[in-house]
Design a binder for this molecule. Structure first.
Ligand code: GRF
Length: 195
């Protein structure tokens, strides 16, 4: 049974879906939900689901390396086989990524390689895209890069706002990420492509 640690910074709606899916014949179980933000909404949701939680507040550290040293220590205690970044809003150094490369997933709200970085929906709308979506990828040192493990597409509709498009994409994130984790934890890295 694979052990999965999930890193969050906010409400954790993706984390909730991942945890809720890890039951029955799923080859993984959640072992930790960790946030860099004290009081993040997802921490209470994880506790309500019976998952151990931890906080490592990045503001307590002078630099990324010091933050990641404590992050590593918390993770070692939970001994995860797989890390899932789910709305985790810190950029991780190459050293950290290298220690977890091949076992660390992230969900990004665009159809990578398009729209790496922030404000993905506003940028897609400004560019007049006909479709948008989300991507689950293996995390590498380059931001929002790495092997694509899953993608879900949604249409851009007339009058869409960034918030409206984000909400439509989020519905797909909640289906895609659990599907990718289930396959990845079973040792199958073939991408999940929806629809
Ligand atoms: C999602 O839009 C995800 O694509 C991005 O951050 C948001 C996370 O939301 N990485 P939540 O914290 O999982 O609700």
């Amino acid at each position: 049974m694979k052990r999965v640690a999930i890193l969050i910074s906010g409400g954790g709606s993706n984390m909730v879906r991942l945890v809720e899916d890890m039951t029955g014949d799923h080859p993984a179980r959640p072992c930790l939900v960790l946030s860099n933000v004290p009081g993040a909404g997802g921490l209470g949701r994880a506790e309500a689901l019976g998952v151990p939680t931890a906080v490592v507040d990045h503001r307590d550290f002078a630099d990324r390396a010091a933050f990641e040293a404590v992050l590593d220590a918390e993770l070692r205690k939970a001994a995860p086989d797989i890390l899932c970044l789910a709305g985790f809003m810190r950029i991780l150094t190459e050293g950290f990524v290298r220690r977890w490369q091949g076992r660390m997933l992230n969900i990004h709200p665009s159809l990578l390689p398009k729209y790496r970085g922030l404000d993905t929906h506003a940028r897609a709308l400004a560019a007049g895209e006909a479709e948008a979506g989300c991507t689950v990828h293996g995390v590498t040192a380059a931001l929002d890069d790495g092997p694509i493990l899953g993608q879900a597409r949604v249409p851009v509709l007339p009058g869409d706002t960034p918030a409206g498009l984000a909400a439509r994409v989020l519905v797909q994130e909640h289906v895609l990420y659990p599907a990718v984790l289930r396959r990845f934890a079973a040792g199958d890295a073939r991408p999940v492509l929806m629809p």
